[in-house]
Design a protein around this ligand. Sequence first.
Ligand SMILES: NC(=O)c1ccc[n+]([C@@H]2O[C@H](COP(=O)([O-])OP(=O)(O)OC[C@H]3O[C@@H](n4cnc5c(N)ncnc54)[C@H](O)[C@@H]3O)[C@@H](O)[C@H]2O)c1
Length: 309
Amino acid sequence: MSFSFFARAVPAVQRSTVLTRTVQSCVRFQSTASTTPKRVPRVLPSFSLEGKVCLVTGAARGLGNEFCRAFIQSGCTELAIVDLKESEAQAAAAELVSNACVNSDMTPEDFNVIGVGCDVSSELSVQRAFEQVMDTYGRLDSVVASAGIVENYSAFDYPFDRIKRLYDINVHGAFFTAREAARNMIPQGGGSIVLVASMSASIINIPQPQTPYNASKAAVRHMASSLGVEWAKKGVRVNTLSPGYMLTKLTKTILAHDQDLKKTWESLTPMGKMGEPEDLAGAIVFLASDASKFMTGAEVRVDGGYCVI
Ligand SMILES: NC(=O)c1ccc[n+]([C@@H]2O[C@H](COP(=O)([O-])OP(=O)(O)OC[C@H]3O[C@@H](n4cnc5c(N)ncnc54)[C@H](O)[C@@H]3O)[C@@H](O)[C@H]2O)c1
């Protein structure tokens, strides 16, 4: 019996009960057989991504990369990492596979993870990326649109070309990604699409001014609900994951210019800290997998309580 397995998989409050039951079942087993049964971690099977083909945009780094890690930990072996630079997407793919093989009985041959270059703000580029992915795997089960940018300008100072670029990536990029995903999922009977919005879709971040970003994320959240209804009877679900302040390159870039900002953000968050990217792992696997199969047009907010005060 492996005690380290229980320490990892079971919350402390339940551990003694589980251990008691386990000891009882081992005793029962030993009385009728000569070998100890091999224990496998017990999880709700619908959370598994085994056999599912997944695609994540903006996945060379940051939250998108963390989502890929979570998918692989949940059994996914066929995964497309989509990002602006093909070389970075491919490097991220190689790194994910090699990490997945550490302390595991899996080998690189067990995985088919590809890196695809794509600018999500270009419809043609998104269409080509999906063609490449469909050519490789022949189907697509779960797609996450995580590519996005943020900039802090006051409304009067924000150059229009930069506002337009932000909407092209955050809003149109999410739309192109969702539309190509659904085009491919509908003929195969359905799939799950997750658009990464933000708590900024619901609240106004302070003190940094970022009106176009906030508006872009509100648009993404409502887009997911609209598309969810449009495709509901076709088996394609569309939901939104809305993170609070998470420590990624995106936020570190902002914090690099303002050391006090992190303290302000933390003081405004009931849990008193910024989230780590892996804090989103459970929510993204839930939304991408069959565990959420009666859910569409919904938002899952993971923000340390920010939005409720
Ligand atoms: N980090 C946070 O605190 C936070 C909070 C709420 C929401 N979000 C959202 O989560 C998503 C990911 O953010 P992150 O923190 O991981 O950012 P990040 O900057 O760390 O990573 C973003 C990734 O998107 C890619 N990307 C940017 N423009 C692209 C384009 N045109 N085409 C393809 N790929 C492109 C980048 O190359 C990068 O790999 C964004 O949509 C962001 O708005 C982040």
